[in-house]
Design a protein around this ligand. Structure first.
Ligand code: F6R
Length: 610
């Protein structure tokens, strides 16, 4: 998704902006650009289609220089990927703007501007903002111009603006798209994601909805709230450190993040487990009172986070006895939802900025929910700030677009939620103690599964020439099959589908032949025998089976049946453990096929538009 960087610094800002753009590459984009105000008052701009490296080459040939500037990576929404559509957009030679999000009323504004003589150089919605700002800036200062223009915009945005007549000034604004201010030493920065600025600062102000900020020389930062009143916002120190932004010894961020899972799962559990139970206070001081009233849960998320929610339904119903409804956010937000008394609204999101999930939370706020809980990986994100309760997943920054460690830490957090609610709803204390013990052992088991990587890599060679794959699971492992299929399709571009294994004979079995690899997870649970029969149905049709099975399960390796044995794990935690071989399999298949593993085509890390 689009990324913004801005800077007002004592040094030339070109290097700061370029480094920021590189750090935003993981979000997914199709073009990049920057604009810098030169000390003689000229605006200089450079844009390139494709990777930031292409922009860097252009800048090497014709460098820009100045003390204030803005930069952008674009992910096309209005208008195809092209240099003309890349940001920054200018109005004449005096004003440049970068924009994340969507201006919904851009067509009406475009007509209005064309009628008074503005001509458009791009197909984007953003260009209307540039022209509106240029017109308003003729009436006074840039900050006032931005405020007046914002009042005319419908939709969601984060903006960065510079003007030739305002030396060393960058204006930022946010509504519906994230934007942070980086606080430097006599320097100030702007970005859509703090990761972009970690080379220059670890101190951030997370702007609130409707805020407008003016950055000026000497590190001056002025923030006005939605009503135009000057406000002071807290400066927060970034917790995760900068190591997360580099691949270290790994070939891809995705592989690094897969291998971080023992550490981050341990981090997700740290301080949240008592001797024999989960500490309900982990969810905040008000959690115990709020949880005591929970009779039902609505769980809303997108993509991989939605799959985590589907697993949690099995857990919450079985161990806490709470009925759960799980729904993708883009559907939930447009439905006439019935909210039974005592319903807790739970959102799951790695980024905390996913537009649909955020909109669902806002929609839910006007309904009769008991309260809201966000399970999220990004402190200070919109979802976290707007929810009653939060539980941070502590996965650290996830750079690979395909979510891995964010998913398994979400599952870990959801097991904590299950046990917290179970505890308040009379779960057998011995059962809870057994699960707490199993959770403590989980990072060690995860490490053991990761050591099977070479064997999984060997299996991946069978997928090099395949065009389709089928994933099967039963019970809480059906969502794991869904997640396995999503991982494979998003990074290797192999078409993959997932089914509950019992559904096979109701349709998908027709697809099974020697060209259709079938991947299944077979933990040692009460559905194992049924799953084995389903796998026989596949073998009988010539399908090649790849089974990830519990070490104690009697599944024999034979022609057309590849079995990889995983260490035995508590039945409830098996969905977390069985995710790992599927992540590794997708990774190796993608490497084999030579795709862009960390930035798969057409995808963005943080989906901040609807
Ligand atoms: C897939 C993936 C996406 C995200 C989805 C929601 O690997 O990462 O499906 O899970 O876009 O994102 P968050 O969790 O940030 O709300």
């Amino acid at each position: 998704m689009c990324g913004i960087v801005g800077a007002v610094a004592q040094r030339n800002v070109q290097g700061i902006l370029l480094e920021g753009l590189k750090r935003l590459e993981y979000r997914g984009y199709d073009s990049a650009g920057m604009a810098i105000r030169a000390d003689d008052g000229r605006l200089q701009r450079c844009r390139a289609l494709g990777k930031v490296a292409a922009l860097e080459d252009k800048l090497a040939a014709a460098p820009l220089a100045g003390h204030s500037g803005i930069a952008h990576t674009r992910w096309a929404t209005h208008g195809r990927p092209s240099e003309a559509n890349a940001h920054p957009h200018q109005s004449g030679e005096r004003l440049a703007v970068v924009h994340n999000g969507i201006i919904e009323n851009h067509e009406a504004l475009r007509d209005e501007l064309e009628a008074v003589g503005y001509s458009f150089a791009s197909e984007t919605d953003t260009e209307v903002v540039a022209h509106l700002l240029e017109r308003e800036a003729r009436q006074g200062d840039l900050l006032g111009a931005v405020q007046r223009v914002l009042a005319r915009l419908d939709g969601a945005y984060a903006l960065g603006v510079i003007h030739a007549d305002e030396p060393d000034v960058v204006i930022g604004a946010r509504k519906g798209s994230p934007l942070v201010v980086g606080v430097g030493i006599e320097e100030a920065f702007l970005a859509s994601d703090p990761l972009a600025l970690l080379r220059v600062t670890d101190r951030f102000i997370y702007l609130e909805e409707g805020d407008v900020v003016r950055l000026a020389a000497g590190g001056e930062i002025t923030i006005l709230d939605a009503a135009g009143t000057p406000v002071t916002r807290e400066i927060q120190t970034f917790e995760h450190g900068d190591g997360a932004a580099s691949k270290g010894e790994y070939r891809h961020f995705m592989l690094k993040e897969i291998h971080e899972q023992p550490t981050v799962i341990a981090a997700a559990l740290e301080g949240r487990l008592g001797d024999r139970n989960v500490l309900v206070e982990s969810f905040g001081p008000e959690a115990e009172t709020l949880f005591a009233g929970v009779r039902q849960i609505h769980l809303v998320a997108c993509g991989t986070s939605y799959h985590a929610g589907l697993v949690a339904r099995y857990w919450l119903e079985r161990y806490a006895g709470v009925p759960v409804q799980v729904e993708v956010a883009s559907e939930y937000r447009y439905r006439r939802v019935v909210v039974p008394e005592g319903t807790l609204f739970v959102t799951l999101s790695q980024s905390g900025e996913t537009a649909d999930t955020l909109a669902a939370l806002r929609f839910a706020r006007d309904r009769d929910y008991l309260g809201s809980l966000a399970i999220c990986n990004v402190p200070g994100s919109s979802l976290v700030r707007e929810s009653d309760l939060t539980l941070m997943t502590r996965a650290g920054p996830e750079i690979g677009v395909a979510s891995t460690k964010a998913f398994t830490t979400q599952l870990t957090a959801l097991m904590l939620l299950t046990l917290a609610l179970g505890r308040l709803r009379g779960q057998d204390p011995d059962e809870q103690a057994g699960l707490v013990e199993a959770l403590r052992g989980l990072p060690g088991l995860v490490r053991r599964v990761l050591s099977l990587d070479p064997a999984i890599e060997a299996l991946s060679t069978a997928f090099g020439e395949k065009h389709h794959a089928l994933f099967l699971g039963r019970g809480a492992h059906f969502p794991i099959a869904l997640e396995g299929a999503l991982k494979l399709k998003e990074i290797s571009y192999i078409h993959a589908e997932a089914y509950p294994a019992g559904e096979l004979k109701h349709g998908p079995l027709a697809l099974v032949d020697s060209e259709m690899p079938v991947i299944s997870v077979a933990p040692n649970d009460e559905l194992l025998d049924k799953l084995k029969s389903n796998l026989q149905e596949v073998r009988a049709r010539g399908g090649e089976l790849f089974v990830f099975a519990d070490a104690e399960v009697g599944l024999a390796e034979e022609e057309g049946v590849h079995v990889l044995r995983l260490p035995h794990v508590h039945e409830a935690l098996a969905p977390i453990l069985y995710t790992l071989p599927l992540q590794l399999l997708s990774y190796h298949v993608a490497v084999l096929k030579g795709t862009d593993v960390d930035q798969p085509r057409n995808l963005a890390k943080s989906v901040t538009v609807e």
